[in-house]
Ligand binder design. Structure first.
Ligand code: ZN
Length: 640
């Protein structure tokens, strides 16, 4: 028998593999741009379908991938639908199944495509892998396992609702018959599937991503916390519209480039869902709303006092969304002013229909501006306090994050945000002015007590003392999410140990974070048997990003948490404190300490007042701020 000829050892590609194509980077999947309702209207039928491009991964039927697992159990009918196999050659060759309301396998594909688009967007902005919320040992102990996949149930409920359940690590989507009112534009009694709405799937996926990032943003300690969760989920869904090129061009042409003044699909959320429930309008609209008295859509003018008496979570969140959308609109306007001047002979007022070339250029600018705005919003999460977030603090986080990354604000994005937030009455109450410099979180070096330079030197010794660079190196070359999760957990344990060992010298860190870290433990903070205070290293995140000036920014974010009990008017209250240290690894310095320290009487009084207002049933909040197991289930029903 002839021996097979072996290729020489230095031959880079074995001959039989020379023509193998590389592993694909993306998978194309057909789906609805917004939801199925667009296909039934003449003016939008052409743009009702788009092709989603999601990162390539091998899939098992379900689909089941690295991040999500679609489980198609229909509880109302007590049956499982056959799972779609997106890796089947016939399916692959046609960019997935054809959009269809009647085919459950397409529903599975749609949920998968939108969830993965959202996850991808989130990861790209942060420059690191996304994780789902940890599960904890009973009693709130150490996280015990890595939650690899979020479960998506496209037909979980027979009701007009969809929600994220942390307890089950899943997204549950409902379906329901549309209202009988023929004026709704819906086929009366026709079935509406929330899993076929881009906005609803993106919104719910974002809740899960945000919860995986900031666990305590589901703990309502002030009126902004849950409203922020809702607003953030809406913002991600809304700005993803601008990544649909055909829809974008179509809407730019229809509104003649003016996205602020006229009702348009880009600024609306969950159109079909809203109509199907007989509200004559999208579920939420960032720039206006349907006025049932005047029976028409009207633009919503900003009101700086509106926030004061708007406590319902969705309504409050909507003000926040409107502010972000306003910031986007002024950035878009700035970016396109020259184009409009060029095409109007200098007046800026283009007569007649827009030229298709102009439409394309405007669409490009809108898409770029939307991408920047979404990036800014997502990156701000690293700079938020870990507990008890307020809208004003989020604005500070956003401004600080952007100043770190884009020292030169060439296109005045930050000004656009500050201005838009101010017009809606959103700003922190404890800053002197609304300039960038006052809004940026204070730097620890700006300490009034220590002589200049002293604190930097002490903090540098601390960072070296806890061997931070070595810790980051351990993480840097981990590939899979499960390896990263495991290693991060080890680092958190090691850091906790180092900070404790360093504790004698940690007065400085204690003063910076406002937490109790030394053996001199104040009343109200639990202590271990050795007399040291109880605290946790809640999070450890690394970020390597490129600054606008081309330099690399190597950062680490460490979150410390601690609980305390405080007595107020004869009652003992327990509440959570925490600080995030932002550390520049190249300069070896702590750039910011963002948090909520112990013994904050003002905060305690505010929290108690808020909770009492809720307990007394003073607002709608009472129905879902209580002990409800599924906070978002009730939230979304109310909001709809
Ligand atoms: Zn929500």
């Amino acid at each position: 028998m002839a021996k097979m000829k072996t290729p020489p050892a230095d031959d880079p590609v074995p001959p039989h593999l020379a023509s193998m194509p590389p592993v694909p980077t993306h998978r194309s999947l057909r789906g609805y741009a917004f939801d199925p309702s667009l296909a039934t209207k003449l003016e939008t039928a052409l743009v009702s379908e788009i092709t989603y491009t999601v990162p390539w991964e091998p899939l098992r039927p379900g689909p089941i991938g690295e991040y999500v697992e679609v489980v198609d159990f229909d509880a109302a009918s007590d049956c499982f639908y056959v799972p779609v196999d997106l890796d089947h050659p016939a399916v692959l060759a046609q960019h997935g199944l054809m959009p269809s309301e009647g085919n459950p396998q397409f529903h599975q594909q749609m949920v998968y495509a939108v969830a993965m688009t959202t996850i991808d967007r989130f990861e790209k902005s942060l420059g690191r892998k996304a994780f789902w919320a940890d599960r904890f040992e009973r009693g709130g102990g150490r996280a015990t396992q890595f939650i690899q996949r979020l479960r998506l149930y496209p037909h979980a409920l027979r009701m007009a609702n969809a929600y994220y359940s942390r307890n089950h690590g899943s997204l549950l989507f409902g379906y329901f018959p549309a209202t009988e009112d023929p004026a709704s534009g819906q086929f009366p009694g026709g079935m509406v599937f929330t899993c076929l709405s881009h906005d609803i799937v993106a919104h719910e996926t974002t809740h899960a991503l945000l919860d995986g990032f900031h666990e305590y943003f589901m703990e309502a300690t002030n009126p902004d916390v849950l409203a922020f969760h809702e607003a953030f989920a809406d913002i991600v869904a809304l700005f993803q519209h601008f990544t649909f090129p055909e829809v974008l061009a179509h809407q730019i042409a229809t509104t003649r480039g003016d996205l602020a003044a006229t009702e348009n699909l880009l600024a609306q959320l969950a159109t079909q869902f809203g109509h199907a429930r007989g509200t004559h309008a999208a579920l939420r609209d960032a720039i206006g709303r349907y006025d049932p008295v005047r029976r028409k859509w009207v633009k919503h003018e900003p009101d700086p006092f509106e926030l004061d008496d708007t406590l319902e979570v969705h309504a409050r969140g909507a003000i926040f969304v409107a502010a972000v959308f306003d910031a986007f609109l002024s950035i878009y306007k700035n970016r396109t002013r020259d184009l409009l001047r060029l095409s109007s002979g200098g007046t800026g007022q283009v007569q007649g229909e827009l030229h298709p070339d102009l439409v394309n250029r405007l669409a490009q600018e809108a898409s770029k501006a939307a991408g920047h705005v979404l990036n800014m919003c997502i990156r701000a999460l690293d700079y938020c306090p870990p507990v008890d977030l307020t809208f004003g603090e989020y604005l500070r986080a956003l401004i600080t994050a952007d100043m770190d990354l884009m020292p030169e604000d060439e296109h005045r994005y930050r000004v656009a945000f500050i201005e838009a937030f101010r017009r809606r009455g959103i700003y922190p109450r404890n800053v002197r002015t609304l300039s960038e410099d006052s809004l940026r979180w204070a730097r620890p070096g700006e300490d009034p007590v220590l002589p200049p330079g002293e604190m930097e030197a002490m903090l540098k010794r601390f960072i070296e003392g806890i061997r931070l660079r070595d810790q980051v190196d351990r993480l840097r070359y981990k590939k899979t999410r499960s390896e990263i999760w495991d290693e991060t957990r080890n680092i958190r344990i090691a850091l906790h140990q180092s900070i404790q060992e360093y504790v004698g010298k940690a007065e400085l860190l204690q003063r910076l974070t406002g937490l109790a870290l030394t053996a001199d433990v104040p009343k109200g903070v639990k202590v271990h048997r050795d007399g040291l205070p109880v605290f946790t290293v809640k999070a450890f995140r690394e970020a390597r990003r490129q600054q606008g000036n081309g330099r690399a920014l190597n950062q680490v974010f460490i979150t410390l948490l601690q609980s305390e009990t405080m007595e107020h008017e004869g009652r003992v209250q327990s509440f959570r404190c925490g600080s995030t240290l932002v550390i520049d690894l190249d300069e070896i310095r702590i750039t910011y300490v963002i948090g909520k320290g112990l013994h904050d009487l003002q905060r305690l009084v505010r929290t108690i007042a808020f909770k009492e207002g809720v307990d007394a049933g003073a607002s709608l909040a009472a129905t879902y701020f209580g002990e409800a197991d599924e906070p978002f289930a009730a939230l979304h029903q109310l909001g709809a």
